[in-house]
Design a protein around this ligand. Structure first.
Ligand code: AMP
Ligand code: GLY
Length: 423
């Protein structure tokens, strides 16, 4: 089977690696991919939002399944684009349609969905420039800290958590009136602040049945001890040690089932991954956000723990026969540590040679911002590569991830040495 993966991160390298293990021997294509995916697949120089170019590549390469990594093509409607074209409609796209993708593309849509289906989440209200005064008055009814969220996609930067009321009121004006996050902040969701520890839960669904995939916890801040700026993710651990059976039972009953059933009630046949961002408040799960795709770097620890053939799972998802497939999970812990370019998530350099990847024997190296220059793999992005390892628990797995990383070097390489510090 010929499979096309859209994206260029370590998430997509992991997807290609997992599919390359399939006994069905699929032929893999990645658009646009990176130096890591090039070793397992044919990279196609296409943007993930170039639907016309992707359609052409699907025809030229007899692609029979498209796996979408990032959210942008989903929010822009790639699934609908395929469904509307008689020549493409029989090629399953693993990723939801444009309506469902609003679960990630619009915070307000997600909040309305959560409330409509009785799924636990923070209380909220949404405002626009026309209701700025009401929004500022609403803030006075809340206790600090104040949570302000740009409604639309803002590359992970659209959430502000402020401790001062006056600061929150002026930030609201900046978002709504001065369009601090462009069109993404034309609507702003103001939320009750929730205090607890975060984790993520992943669900694969064909619109009828579903599988709950392993949990993961990612580390978003650049600095040790969860300090400094937010990043795309500096590492991840799976499973999450505090997500015990009793807690996961609550997640299943209160969140996963009502989400899957809620989609059906709303008339949405959701085909793809649902990434549920949770916060554990006391002993109870609350939903912070939905994403309509797998996480990065969560994929780098979740997929290696899935023993079931990924191609079988994805094919069944596309065919609506997921209930026929048994999901088998590796009970070991997997951890991944992301190595980034010095300066990231602010300005950083590209083009530095990376050495030592082939010396890593005890761990898996999933490449993100890398490019091949002649014989040499060079840095080509902020997050450069992720090193995944297994262990009996997260400490042992992390020791292996760090041992793997010790072989690798590039100029100004940085990684967090404290993952798991909060567990
Ligand atoms: P989001 O983009 O909605 O995932 O929000 C980004 C981050 O902001 C989350 O990962 C949380 O750390 C934090 N956050 C979002 N909503 C809340 C909330 N209601 N209470 C506390 N922290 C929050
Ligand atoms: N690691 C968070 C994300 O993929 O959005």
């Amino acid at each position: 089977m010929n499979v096309l993966i859209l994206g260029s991160g370590a998430r997509e390298h992991t997807m290609a690696w997992k599919l390359s293990q399939s006994p069905q021997n699929p032929t893999l294509f990645v658009a646009p991919g990176n130096a890591g995916t090039a070793s397992l697949a044919t990279n196609l120089p296409l943007s993930v939002t170039d639907f016309g170019g992707i359609a052409q590549a699907v025809h030229q390469n007899n692609i029979e399944l498209v796996l979408v990594g990032p959210e942008d093509p989903l929010v822009l409607g790639i699934s609908d684009y395929f469904a509307a074209d008689p020549q493409l409609a029989n090629v399953p796209v693993i990723g939801p349609n444009k309506t469902a993708a609003q679960l990630e593309g619009s915070k307000q849509y997600a909040k309305e969905f959560l409330i409509r289906h009785g799924i636990p989440t923070a209380a909220y209200a949404a405002f626009t420039a026309d209701t700025l005064a009401e929004g500022q008055a609403f803030l006075t009814t809340l206790k600090a800290p104040y949570v302000l969220k740009a409604d639309g996609l803002a590359a992970g930067k659209g959430v502000l958590i402020l401790s001062d009321l006056a600061e929150a009121q002026s930030a609201l004006a900046e978002m709504l009136v001065d369009q601090k996050f462009g069109a993404a902040s034309q609507t702003v969701v103001i939320e009750e602040f929730l205090s607890g520890i975060e984790l993520s839960c992943f669900v694969l669904t064909d619109g009828h049945s579903y599988k709950v995939l392993p949990t993961a916890k990612d580390y978003k801040r650049i600095g040790e001890g969860d300090t400094g700026l937010n990043t795309g993710g500096m590492g991840a651990i799976s499973p999450v040690p505090f997500a015990d059976e009793a807690f996961m039972d609550k997640v299943h009953q209160r969140v996963v089932i009502p989400t899957v059933e809620g989609l059906k009630k709303d008339g949405i046949t959701y085909v793809g991954f649902i990434f549920i961002g949770l916060i554990k408040v006391g002993d109870d799960p609350m939903v912070i956000e939905y994403n309509v795709r797998m996480g990065d770097p969560e994929t780098e620890v979740v997929l290696p723990r899935i023993k079931t053939d990924l191609l079988t799972l994805l094919h069944a998802t596309g065919q609506g026969t997921l209930h026929e497939v048994a999901l088998e999970i590796d009970t070991r812990t997997a951890t991944t540590v992301m190595a980034v370019a010095g300066g990231y998530p602010e300005a950083y350099q590209k083009g530095h040679p990376i050495t030592g990847i082939d010396q890593v024997k005890e761990a898996l190296v999933f490449q993100a911002g890398t490019a091949q220059k002649g014989d040499q793999v060079c840095t080509n992005g902020g997050r450069v590569l992720a090193v995944t390892a297994f262990g009996a628990d997260y400490r042992q797995a992390l020791a292996e991830s760090y041992r793997g990383l010790s072989h690798i070097s590039f100029q100004d390489m940085y990684f967090r040495k404290d993952l798991g510090f909060d567990l």
